[in-house]
Ligand binder design. Structure first.
Ligand code: AMP
Ligand code: ZN
Length: 462
């Protein structure tokens, strides 16, 4: 079945085909590891995860690279302000390395809890300083970059077209351009490739231009090319990256090798909170941790993210999370009911439903539509293990772990008990009934009772 993705580059839904064979090469702009990732950041990661899973469902293999930005991303997202890593290090009284390590670990924990697959390649900016430096040197050699007393800038006037992704009209923008910090810049939209470090700057490296550090955009160009080649299949990120970061990545790649680095550019829309922006000042910055603390399985948020197409805004409310929590429970219950069912269902009916699901996911990852097919399958009057199997197949894309038992209010059950329950589950799978009974008694001694119900395992406080 054909796959179509909306391509920000062509502004149309284009038929997708990998450049080479059955392997799809994807690059995703990863986190700047200077603070906790929010549920907004995670929406972007969920969209990228669905993309991965849909491609795999269609029989493709993946080479997916994601960077970790641990240097060069300035507070303004442009060329001014402090480095986000350094600001955070100063505020938390830690070294930038400690900050990066701490927030990188938290980020991957969130991914795991949301059942988001780790890309095949995870690459850290500070591990690729040499690659970035030689990229910048090549841009200078090719006549696309110039030195000022503060930085090495990319000269956008050397390009045939800039910008190419965004509707930004450069001439209009120039007219009302903000006052430039660096008067030596040739064009207001020239951006820093490499920045000369002031004495007190903590993160800096030797370079032909003295002690200095990379600009934010160069890392993705250098690492993307290193791991995926001069041109790969898909580049992803949040919608906010289009006018700055992604335009500049394209500019860099055109300057270095004359190519736009990816054929498809896919961007995820923003998550809103109660219809507005998520911001510290409004006190509505939520993390996956907050969802757990309210007693919800993080996968409830995953299911919630399917309620809007990735290119539309999604509005977060706690009421919606409560309703989605019930939906996830219902879906898991109907999976179990079908699994235990004895009715007959025609293969043709299932095939038709499967085609509908495939059409939805292959039409630019239309998850709201795909979910309506999932519910159509789950709510079949007849109860059959064949239906359960189809739901399991769908779950390779959904990633909701529908075969696993409901973990409502999971954090109220101590980790120790959860581990014993897991050991008992293993014992039962190995038909080791003696051990299973022994573990059940142990769980009971600790004040909990474990029950095997039609809907799966239930844990209750005595
Ligand atoms: P930040 O750490 O705020 O710079 O965000 C990192 C990336 O996460 C951004 O570049 C966006 O692509 C994405 N992101 C941030 N906030 C949201 C949001 N509310 N909804 C969706 N994606 C977001
Ligand atoms: Zn990037």
């Amino acid at each position: 079945m054909d796959i179509f993705f909306y391509n920000t580059l062509t502004k149309s839904k284009d038929k997708f085909q990998p450049i080479e064979g059955k392997e799809v090469k994807i690059y995703s702009c990863g986190p700047t590891v200077y603070k906790d990732a929010t549920i907004g950041n995670m929406r972007t990661n969920l969209f990228q995860d669905v993309l991965r899973r849909v491609l795999k469902y269609n029989g493709y293999t993946l080479k997916h690279a994601m960077n970790i930005t641990d240097v060069g991303h300035l507070v303004s997202d442009g060329d001014d302000g402090e480095d986000k890593m350094l600001k955070s290090a100063r505020e938390e009284n830690k070294t930038p390395i400690e900050i990066a390590k701490y927030y990188t670990e938290l980020f991957f924990k969130d991914l795991e809890e949301l059942n988001i697959e780790t890309p095949e390649i995870v690459c850290k900016a500070t591990d690729h300083i040499k690659d970035m430096l030689s990229y910048v040197q090549k841009l200078v050699e090719n006549g696309y970059a110039y030195e000022t007393s503060t930085a090495i800038y990319f000269d956008i006037s050397k390009l045939d077209k800039y910008p190419i992704l965004s509707p930004l009209n450069i001439e209009e923008q120039k007219a009302g351009a903000r006052v430039d910090i660096d008067k030596e810049k040739r064009n207001p939209y020239d951006f820093a490739l490499w920045i000369k470090a002031p004495k007190e700057h903590l993160m800096k490296w030797d370079s032909p231009w003295g002690l200095s550090y990379p600009g934010w955009h160069i890392e993705c160009s250098a690492m993307g090319q290193k791991y995926l080649g001069e041109q790969f299949d898909i580049h992803t990120g949040g919608i906010d990256l289009i006018p700055t970061h992604h335009e500049n990545e394209i500019a860099q790649s055109k300057g270095k090798c004359g190519k736009i680095p990816a054929k498809f550019w896919m961007h995820g829309e923003y998550l809103l909170i109660n219809g507005g922006k998520m911001s510290k000042s409004l006190g509505n910055v939520y993390l996956i941790k907050d969802i757990k603390e309210k007693g919800y399985d993080p996968l409830v948020y995953r299911l919630f993210s399917f309620s809007s197409h990735y290119r539309n805004k999604l509005n977060f409310t706690w009421e919606a999370i409560e309703a989605t929590s019930k939906s996830l429970e219902r879906l898991k219950n109907s999976y179990q009911t079908h699994l235990a069912g004895k009715d007959e269902i025609q293969d043709k009916t299932l095939e038709e439903l499967e085609i509908k699901f495939n059409e939805a996911i292959n039409d630019d990852l239309n998850m709201p539509l795909a979910m309506s097919v999932v519910w159509e399958v789950a709510k079949q009057e007849v109860k059959s293990p064949k239906i359960a199997k189809l739901l399991e197949k769908f779950d390779t894309v959904l990633g909701l772990k529908i075969t696993e038992q409901i973990s409502k209010k999971q954090e109220e059950i101590p980790q120790e008990i959860l581990e014993l329950v897991e050991q008992r589950k293993q014992a039962r799978e190995n038909k080791d009934w003696e051990k299973s009974d022994e573990l059940r008694d142990k769980i009971q001694e600790k004040g909990y009772i474990v029950k095997d119900t039609k809907a799966g395992i239930e844990i209750q406080k005595l």
